[in-house]
Design a protein around this ligand. Structure first.
Ligand code: ZN
Length: 263
């Protein structure tokens, strides 16, 4: 984390405590009451989602640093459906990836920010990018029927985060479901549609450049592609990795919308 700013370090380490089951309190640097409201909200939002109660502790030794913004806009790009659609919809916005994405090399220009991404990092991306100076971030969170979302994937987080950090986070896809985004991408950039990969197993994309066909993400992507009539270039195998945590509501949605039944 050597090139992460001091403030991003503070925000990311406080946030990491929300994922530590052994840790009953979240310690934050000293800051104004206005800013503390952000952390009170984070604790209650995560507490509700996880069924855990934590207390907020303010350190007397450490003061909150400030972000230094450059005025630039950024699109975090993962090579999955949502960020690929945003890259197509906002072609002139700078793209940054936390990982190496061979599928798009030579097709799509993006900057790789080499950083080990822990599993709980998804909602920490705005802080990470604020730490690199980006004033505005376009995030690809989609409408998931209220299931499986981080407490940070909503408009309330965007408003509270802006008040706390000064960074604007925009989530243009909150009103769209995955299948709607897949249809939109297949229309806008059919050449990019077949390149997307969001498989859990391809976390280290330097070694694996494919869909495993077994994990929850592969299941959702494959069925979505079949339902909208634009298959993706991989075969589904027997389910084996992860939980398809939103399958029931999403299955009903695919069935109602496309007359598509999942066995
Ligand atoms: Zn997979």
């Amino acid at each position: 984390m050597s090139n992460i700013s001091a403030r991003a370090r503070q925000d990311l380490s406080a946030r990491a405590m929300l994922f530590d089951e052994e840790c009953p309190e979240v310690v934050v640097p000293s800051m104004s009451q206005d800013r503390l409201r952000f952390w009170s909200w984070m604790l209650s939002a995560y507490g509700e989602a996880q069924g855990v109660s934590r207390t907020l502790e303010v350190s007397s030794k450490e003061k909150l640093h400030e972000y230094r913004y450059t005025g630039e806009v950024v699109l975090p790009f993962s090579g999955g459906l949502e960020s690929t659609y945003l890259a197509a919809a906002f072609p002139h916005v700078h793209r940054i990836s936390l990982d190496y994405l061979p599928n798009f090399d030579g097709v799509l220009e993006y900057e790789v920010f080499d950083y080990w991404m822990e599993s709980y990092m998804e909602g920490g991306v705005p802080a990470l990018l604020a730490g690199l100076g980006y004033s505005t971030v376009i995030m690809g969170n989609e409408w998931r029927f209220g299931l499986g979302d981080l407490p940070e994937a909503n408009a309330e987080f965007c408003a509270r985060w802006f008040e706390y950090s000064g960074q604007t986070v925009i989530m243009p896809l909150l009103g769209m479901t995955k299948d709607e985004i897949a249809v939109a991408l297949a229309r806008l950039r059919p050449d990019w549609y077949s390149r997307i990969i969001s498989c859990i197993k391809t976390k280290d994309r330097r070694e694996i450049d494919c869909w495993c066909g077994r994990c929850a993400k592969c299941q959702v992507a494959w069925h979505t592609a079949q339902a909208i009539g634009r298959p993706l270039p991989f075969s589904l195998r027997k389910k084996g990795i992860g939980d398809d945590y939103w399958s029931e509501r999403y299955r009903e949605h695919l069935s109602d919308t496309y007359d598509y039944e999942i066995d």
